[in-house]
Design a protein around this ligand. Structure first.
Ligand SMILES: Nc1ncnc2c1ncn2[C@@H]1O[C@H](COP(=O)(O)OP(=O)(O)O)[C@@H](O)[C@H]1O
Ligand SMILES: O=C(O)C[C@@H](O)[C@H](O)C(=O)COP(=O)(O)O
Length: 328
């Protein structure tokens, strides 16, 4: 089964949300307390997905707010250099800062992220800075759940979703739950549910869907999809880490994507690389089963490398891995 996109739109994907900086431990296999050197990359989940999609050949754009400083300019230049349209990236002139994600790589299985997200520019995107004329030009609007954590970015995102629906743009909601900035589980569940119910495709890990459902135990996929299919979604993707992922369609099909064996360096970056290749495949007209393979293969490549954004693979690398059929 394939998902139909509006072919008349000029952009394949416009992502909305944060474009930040990842500082990844250079001396890995040790705790952050003992890490002296960090390498800088562009980061932020929706920026990573835009970068991954652009590297795969999609025409991508970005809506988000970046600081008016060296970090903001670094992000804009990097994204522009990989082919992303940055015309709707807004410069913050109120002194807000870039979000930083320090990553700790203790072992391939034990990684953590320490985020500095106080007063970050991305959460100050105003609804007035979201332009309908831009949104109507894309097949996909990719929205990240973290942008819902605080006003005015929350309202900017809700406006973007509304405009996408009005203009027949598919809304893809990447739950992308990060504990930072959210005030309570109840608040998270309210906004996550609101946007998920309006989206065409919802992608997240089982744990993220548990946040959306405000559960204090692991939820059941069948219950999650039953609830969502009473609203707008036509496709729901639930990821289960190294155990792979499931795609459920409103018409009742279930597909399973298996993870590919690899030499894991770190676990982060899996979700963003998965989303970019999964969406690349869907928008290129491939069926859902094939799209799951693209997502899983892309994730397996990125977890074997040092960064999330710079390590995003090419179509050739992904297809070679799929051909090898070395699944877990
Ligand atoms: N250790 C691993 N080795 C190979 N592939 C992996 C590994 N961990 C995750 N993946 C792939 O990445 C996908 C997304 O990973 P997951 O951990 O569920 O998402 P997130 O990074 O958003 O938490 C999985 O469905 C799987 O295909
Ligand atoms: O999203 C962030 O702000 C941090 C990311 O840039 C970081 O690379 C990361 O956590 C990737 O996460 P994942 O792809 O969801 O595993």
């Amino acid at each position: 089964m394939t998902i139909l996109f509006n072919k008349d739109k000029e952009f394949d994907l416009i992502a909305v949300g944060r474009a930040c900086i990842d500082l990844n431990a250079v001396e890995f296999n040790r705790p952050m307390e003992e890490t002296i050197t960090f390498q800088k990359y562009v980061g932020g989940s929706p920026a990573n997905v835009a970068i991954g999609s652009s590297k795969l050949g999609l025409k991508a754009g970005f809506i988000g707010k970046i600081p008016n400083d060296q970090h903001g300019r670094f992000i804009e230049q990097y994204m522009s250099n990989v082919g992303i349209d940055t015309s709707n990236m807004v410069i913050d002139n109120d002194g807000h800062k870039v979000g930083l994600a320090f990553t700790e790589i203790k072992s391939p299985e034990e990684c953590s992220i320490l985020m500095y997200r106080e007063q970050v520019a991305d959460l100050y995107l105003e609804p007035a800075e979201v332009d309908e004329e831009y949104i109507k030009r894309t097949k996909i609007l990719l929205v990240s759940g973290t942008a819902l954590a605080q006003s005015p970015s929350r309202e900017a995102l809700l406006k973007a979703v509304k405009l996408a629906k009005k203009n027949h743009v598919k809304v893809i909601f990447e739950l992308d739950y990060r504990p930072y900035t959210w005030k309570s589980k109840e608040e998270t569940a309210v906004y996550y549910t609101q946007v998920a119910e309006q989206s065409d495709v919802v992608i997240g890990t089982r744990e993220e869907f548990d946040m959306m459902e405000n559960l204090d135990h692991e939820g059941v996929n069948e219950k999650t999809i039953k609830d969502l299919f009473e609203h707008s979604p036509e496709l729901v993707v639930i990821k289960h880490g190294v155990e792979g992922s499931f795609a459920y369609t409103r018409s009742g099909e279930t597909y399973r994507g298996k993870a590919y064996k690899t030499k894991v360096l770190k676990t982060f970056g899996a979700g963003d690389s998965y989303a970019s290749a999964f969406l690349y495949a869907l928008v290129s007209g491939k069926d859902i089963e094939t799209a799951l393979k693209y997502g899983s293969a892309s994730a397996s490549i990125v977890v074997s490398k040092h960064s999330s954004s710079d390590a995003m693979p090419t179509v050739e690398e992904i297809e070679k891995l799929i051909k090898g059929n070395n699944t877990i």
